[in-house]
Design a protein around this ligand. Structure first.
Ligand SMILES: *[C@@H]1O[C@H](CO)[C@@H](O)[C@H](O)[C@H]1NC(C)=O
Ligand SMILES: *[C@@H]1O[C@H](CO)[C@@H](O)[C@H](O)[C@H]1NC(C)=O
Ligand SMILES: *[C@@H]1O[C@H](CO)[C@@H](O)[C@H](O)[C@H]1NC(C)=O
Length: 381
């Protein structure tokens, strides 16, 4: 099925546009001197980097580009949030360029690392905000939590950090690196570039139990998810929009076996799963250790297929499928199923910016710049 922009109900469409505008207007200053020579700082730069044509059919359908954050406020500000944060602190090297180059190297070798970076960023921000607490590798830290078992891509962040420490030691936080890396990874699979403001500090506290209590595993009810998002300062639209990250990536079969064999202890599969899809899943997920794509149709392409799948009862996780049955999320999910990918990509970027701003440590005495992302700098706490 093709994107059918006209079928969208105009009311929901207006709500979504309004959502985007409200995010953009409280968003962050964009500097005029964003590294044009260095990083892929605009759609245009990035398009050419990626050999993708800006003239693709869906691209001009909406004049969404008129909605941009104010250009001149706080130009060159030293404090969070600022997209020029590292221009003065690391002037001769574009931090963003290093991150992009490294992420691209990794994704070129193994594209499954891209959604893993996105997931790592989400797990980070969900617990104690975006402070790189997920990267700390010590006893009982978030990284050792049960819910973190299938997290990957830590070595990508370490690789980037090592390179950046060579250029500008003790300058760039792991939280900023992870946020930018998640953006770049998503963009490499087809998302639109969005500006990441910088200035996050790294946290010094990381507790496994907190992660296990907070981070969703894929079978929560919608109320629980909404409460989690609310606690992060995100709303119901952000929930539905960010769940769309499942347009890329995969899940371990462990998370779906109950649903396809023994739904809620009934000894039967979840009746809401489309029959053909259920057959496919039962073949694919005989063993817990197997993996299955979250968007069966276009698993490694950033698009709106995830939402179309939900409409067709082909959501992999029960949290996915619930988006289209719960009355609070259904209208939004259905709307997203019918808008062009290019518009969805803009909306997604706006919600990602909100996610990347959750609980940021930026106060005078808050956090630190870790020299090694796996450990806090000193032992004195
Ligand atoms: C895009 O469209 C413009 C105007 O129609 C045209 O001049 C340009 O050559 C096109 N670029 C590509 C890459 O197709
Ligand atoms: C940055 O480059 C300028 C000009 O090339 C040079 O004078 C300066 O020392 C460099 N600064 C750092 C921190 O490398
Ligand atoms: C959702 O899940 C939570 C936690 O498991 C539970 O306490 C709550 O009753 C559930 N709510 C609904 C509406 O099912």
């Amino acid at each position: 099925m093709n994107c059918c922009y006209s079928s969208i109900s105009s009311l929901i469409f207006i709500i979504l546009i309004f959502h985007l505008i409200s995010i953009s207007s409280l968003a962050y200053p964009v500097d005029q001197d964003v590294d044009h020579q260095h990083g892929p700082s605009t759609d245009q730069d990035l398009s050419s980097t990626m050999g993708y044509s800006p003239n693709s059919s869906e691209d001009d359908s909406i004049a969404i580009t008129t909605i941009v954050p104010p250009e001149n406020e706080m130009l060159g500000s030293e404090e969070w949030p600022s997209s020029s944060y590292y221009h003065r602190r690391c002037p001769n090297k574009s931090v963003e360029q290093i991150i992009y180059r490294k992420v691209k190297e990794w994704v070129d070798k193994d594209y499954t690392i891209a959604p893993s970076l996105l997931r790592l960023h989400f797990h980070d921000c969900a617990v104690r905000g975006c402070d790189a607490s997920i990267l700390l590798d010590c006893e009982e830290s978030e990284r050792r939590a049960d819910v973190s078992k299938t997290l990957r891509a830590f070595e990508v962040i370490d690789d980037i950090k090592t390179e950046i420490e060579k250029e500008c030691p003790k300058t760039v936080s792991c939280a900023d690196i992870l946020t930018a890396a998640a953006r770049d990874a998503t963009v490499l699979l087809g998302a639109k570039y969005w500006t990441v403001p910088f200035g996050r500090k790294d946290g010094r506290v990381s507790i496994a139990k907190e992660a296990d209590a907070i981070v969703p595993r894929g079978h929560e009810n919608t109320t629980t998810l909404l409460e989690l998002f609310q606690s992060m300062g995100l709303d119901v639209s952000d929930l539905v929009i960010l769940e769309g990250a499942h347009t890329i990536g995969r899940s371990s079969c462990r998370e779906v076996q109950k649903r396809i064999y023994d739904h809620k202890g009934s000894g039967k599969p979840d009746g809401s799963i489309k029959k053909e899809y259920l057959n496919y899943l039962q073949r694919k997920c005989r063993w817990e250790s197997e993996y299955v794509e979250l968007d069966e149709e276009t698993p490694w392409k950033f698009d709106t297929m995830y939402y179309k799948n939900l409409v067709n009862n082909m959501g992999l996780l029960s949290t996915d499928q619930l988006l289209i049955s719960d009355s609070r999320t259904k209208p939004i999910a259905k709307a997203l199923a019918s808008i062009p990918t290019s518009l969805y990509a803009h909306i997604f970027g706006a919600s990602m910016t909100k996610l990347g701003s959750v609980g940021v440590l930026a106060g005078k005495d808050e956090g630190e710049i870790r020299t090694n992302c796996n450990f806090v700098n000193s032992y004195d706490y």
